[in-house]
Design a protein around this ligand. Structure first.
Ligand SMILES: [Zn+2]
Length: 277
C-alpha cells in the first residue's frame, strides 16, 4: 500500500514545490501593495523571487534554462534587444551588467558589496521598499560605493502589473520615497517588475516616472537555491556581450549566490567588462 502511495505523495509534493516557485514569494500573496506599513509587510519568508519568466517575448531565447538545458550562444540569440513589453534586457554595449534583486539584506548585501568593491566593479541593486525601510544604512552604502538603484516595488508585488495604473504608481512612488528617505537625492533610474511579470500598465507607469523598465538577459535561477557551482556555470554559459545578469542579494538565504560571485565577477570582467546600468 505504501509503495503505491509513495509516488503519488512525491508527485504531490513536487507539484506543491513547483507551484511555490512559480507563484513567487509569499510576501506578495498579498495585501494590497500599499496596505503595508504594518509590521506584517516585513514577514521574513524566504522566497523564490524571480520565478520562471511567465511573460516571454515569443522570439527570445529561454531565460529560465535548467541545468540540463542550457542555452547556447547561437547567433540567433543575439538579435533581440528588448524583453517583454519593450523592457531593457541588454546593456547596449559589450560590457555586461550585474543586477542584485530583493535586498537590501543585512547579511548578504554587505558581502556582495565587499566583493564588488574588491573587484572595483559597480552593479545595480533592485530594492524592495519594505526592505529599504528596515535597512536604510545599506542603501546609503550602496549609493556611496557608486552603484545604481532600481525600484523593485514596495513589497515584491508579483501581481502589481494587474492593478490599476493609479495603484501601480502609488506603489512605485512609495518605494522611491522610502529610498529617498534613506538617501536624499539618490537617483532611482530603473524599475524591475518582480518575477518579470511585466504588463503594459506597469511598464508605462515606470517609464512615466522616469525609470527604465529593466528586464534581464541571464537568469541562473539562483532564487531556486542551486549550489554555487551551478549558479556560476549557468551565468558564465549564458552570458554574452551586453548581458544583464539577474542575481539575488535578498529574499532568502543567498549564501550560494555570494559564493558564486567572485568567479562570476572575475570572469565576466575579463571577458566583457562589467558596468553599472
Ligand atoms: Zn525579485
Amino acid at each position: 500500500m505504501f509503495r503505491r502511495a509513495a509516488p503519488a505523495a512525491l508527485l504531490t509534493l513536487s507539484i506543491l514545490l513547483l507551484g511555490g516557485c512559480a507563484n513567487g514569494d509569499r510576501r506578495s500573496a498579498q495585501p494590497a501593495p500599499d496596505a503595508a506599513g504594518s509590521p506584517s509587510a516585513t514577514v521574513p519568508v524566504p522566497d523564490p523571487t524571480e520565478p520562471t519568466t511567465p511573460v516571454r517575448p515569443p522570439t527570445s531565447r529561454p531565460t529560465t534554462p535548467g541545468p540540463t538545458k542550457s542555452p547556447t550562444r547561437s547567433p540567433g540569440n543575439g538579435g533581440k534587444k528588448t524583453g517583454p513589453f519593450d523592457t531593457r534586457r541588454l546593456t547596449g554595449s559589450k560590457a555586461v551588467a550585474l543586477t542584485f534583486d530583493d535586498g537590501p539584506h543585512p547579511i548578504w548585501t554587505p558581502k556582495v558589496l565587499d566583493q564588488l568593491r574588491e573587484a572595483k566593479v559597480r552593479a545595480t541593486f533592485c530594492l524592495v521598499g519594505t526592505k529599504v525601510r528596515q535597512h536604510p544604512a545599506l542603501v546609503a552604502r550602496i549609493v556611496r560605493e557608486g552603484h545604481s538603484l532600481c525600484n523593485h516595488s514596495w513589497q515584491h508585488d508579483l501581481e502589481l502589473g494587474k492593478k490599476s495604473e493609479a495603484d501601480i504608481r502609488a506603489n512605485l512612488e512609495r518605494t522611491n520615497r522610502e529610498i529617498a528617505r534613506a538617501v536624499p537625492g539618490a537617483k532611482v533610474g530603473y524599475y524591475r517588475q518582480p518575477g518579470g511579470k511585466w504588463t503594459s500598465a506597469v511598464t508605462k507607469v515606470a517609464q512615466s516616472m522616469g525609470m527604465v523598465a529593466l528586464h534581464w538577459d541571464v537568469d541562473p535561477r539562483d532564487w531556486d537555491k542551486p549550489d554555487a557551482a551551478t549558479i556560476r556555470q549557468r551565468v558564465l554559459h549564458q552570458a554574452r556581450a551586453g548581458s544583464i545578469v539577474l542575481l539575488h542579494d535578498g529574499g532568502g538565504d543567498r549564501a550560494n549566490t555570494v559564493a558564486a560571485c567572485p568567479q562570476i565577477i572575475a570572469t565576466l570582467r575579463k571577458q566583457y567588462g562589467i558596468r553599472r546600468l
